[in-house]
Design a protein around this ligand. Sequence first.
Ligand SMILES: [Zn+2]
Length: 65
Amino acid sequence: MSYEDDNFGEWEETWEEDGTKEFQRQVREESIEKKCSMCGNKVYLLPHYDKCDSCCRKLESGYQW
Ligand SMILES: [Zn+2]
């Protein structure tokens, strides 16, 4: 089972082995409803994030906007 998250994309169940489950829970609790600054989609992000995961991936792969 995996969980789709707007901050980091899809969580892998195997991540739970190294304490990620606690981190994942914390992220879910702290995430607030925001509008992605790139695509304008309504997403749940940590307060210091302003872009959704799919946009971050575009940036990482050299997307210019
Ligand atoms: Zn976006």
